[in-house]
Design a protein around this ligand. Structure first.
Ligand code: ZN
Length: 469
């Protein structure tokens, strides 16, 4: 009898001991926070993930340690008990960080997260984790001043802005409506002078807002406009008849290359000209998303020698089969015809970023000229360069042809800025290059025409903000 009692007692003690050991689990909660945070003028939310694999989370307290004392930000208590824990292994807390509402001055503060679990490890407090994250409070946007005076722009055209930003700027450039064109350091100067080429897309809204923007690490944004003059333009409407031979030969060839069923030639053409074209344009945007941070070109770009223009920039094309309209598209380049399989030359110096087949553009070469400016050569029957090659102005890069979506032998020539097609006519014009580009790229700093106080509207008489580094 006594023996049985001892065995039972031993079993109970052993069980309690095992349970106690289990409930004294040794891993306190873990807290995931960014390594550092920056809070600007606009309120933001920091998402913190707190987890505990053992007994579960008990409570979480988030506060800011500031020179003026501790400011509570968020607190959460999770239901549970010392015997069963809480069963909550993971909790996300969105902590509002609003410098103005909290009453924080610019400077450094510390975000502190204290999380506890239901472990018996420390009988008074449970497993406890404290994580501190440095937070920079910065409500002042970068300073921006624009050096351009009058800038004349047209729909489908290009522009160049020269400006200065203070050192705290982490991202700056030109906004045209909602489109962002990145800025680059001004050549030979390291004092905050920057430049950005930008495009007025052929389908931009009427007289789009154009301004230089600068953002800092805390997300504060300054923007400054200047005197721009916008010229409206209309692009031609062109009707194209697709003959039986084109449908038979070209559409069959292009459909098989894309794995499209070509039983219905017209339906296959529609797919190539819409979804296929969109895929090709996406690839071109990717290929032109990185550019040399220097001007590789020199002087005006060259139109292919002895070529005849057969189609212009931003033509609105309607495609017809037997009198019925079947598709439409915008033509983003110039079609230049010479003789069959004639040499195609680089229109200016640069570096080849692509030299291969590219869907509707057939045999295609894309050249980076630096500062986000690219030229594209399509429908080539032969390619004589490869990606990575440096090319000089006038250097042969291949032979013209009718590969891709082309009805006959010609060169499709296009110009892009930061992935947006622009009219090559300006880039072919020595006077435009001289007056609109080279005149702004002189190294002697000009006095700013417009300057702005942080975040405020453009102020004409404000002094140029100095950049010290
Ligand atoms: Zn074309």
């Amino acid at each position: 009898m006594r023996g049985i009692l001892i065995v039972v007692l031993a079993a109970v003690l052993l069980g309690a001991g095992a349970f106690g050991f289990y409930r004294c689990e040794g891993s306190p909660p873990s807290v995931e926070t960014p390594t550092s945070l920056a809070v600007g003028r606009e309120p933001k939310t920091a998402s913190l993930v707190v987890s505990d694999e053992g007994s579960g989370l008990r409570d979480i307290v988030v506060s800011l340690q500031t020179p003026a004392g501790e400011k509570p930000l968020a607190a959460r208590e999770l239901p549970g008990g010392w015997l069963g824990g809480s069963g909550v292994a993971r909790e996300t807390i969105d902590v509002p960080l609003d410098a103005k509402a909290i009453g924080l001055a610019d400077g450094q503060v510390t975000l502190r997260v204290v999380a506890r679990d239901w472990s018996w490890r420390t009988l008074t407090g449970g497993g406890r984790t404290v994580v501190e994250t440095p937070v920079t409070i910065d409500t002042k946007p970068p300073r921006v001043s624009v050096e351009n005076t009058q800038t004349y722009l047209q729909r489908g055209g290009s522009g160049l802005a020269v400006y200065r930003v203070s050192d705290d700027s982490t991202r700056d450039g030109v906004m045209v409506g909602d489109l962002y064109f990145r800025g680059h350091p001004f050549p030979g100067e390291a004092d905050g002078r920057r430049l950005a080429f930008f495009a007025i897309p052929q389908d931009a809204p009427a007289d789009p807002a154009i301004r230089v923007v600068a953002e800092d690490a805390a997300g504060n944004r300054a923007q400054v406009g200047w005197a721009t003059h916008f010229k409206e333009r209309r692009f031609p409407d062109v009707k194209l008849d697709l003959g039986p031979q084109f449908l038979e030969n070209k559409v069959t060839e292009l459909a098989s290359a894309r794995g499209i069923d070509a039983t219905d030639r017209v339906a296959a053409f529609q797919r190539i000209n819409s979804a296929g074209r969109a895929e090709d344009e996406k690839k071109i945007r990717e290929l032109t998303s990185k550019s040399a941070e220097e001007k590789l070109w020199n002087g005006a770009f060259e139109q292919l020698r002895n070529s005849k223009v057969t189609s212009q920039f931003a033509e609105k094309r309607s495609y017809f089969v037997e009198g019925q309209q079947v598709s439409q598209a915008t033509h983003y380049g110039f079609d230049l015809a010479t003789t069959l399989t004639s040499p195609v030359t680089a229109s200016n110096a640069g570096r080849v970023v692509f030299a291969d087949d590219l869907g509707i553009y057939g045999g295609c070469v894309i050249v980076d000229h630096g500062y986000d400016l690219f030229t594209l050569y399509g429908h080539l029957s032969r390619i004589d360069v490869k990606a990575g090659d440096a090319v000089s102005k006038g250097q042969p890069i291949g032979l013209s042809g009718a590969t891709g979506l082309a009805g006959g032998d010609h060169l499709h020539f296009a110009t892009l800025l930061d992935g947006v097609y622009v009219d090559p006519v300006e880039w072919w014009d020595p006077k435009w290059i001289r007056e609109k580009v080279d005149a702004l790229l002189v190294t002697a700093p000009a006095s700013p025409a417009v300057a702005a106080e942080p975040g405020g509207p453009a102020a004409v008489s404000a002094p140029a903000p100095a950049r010290t580094r």
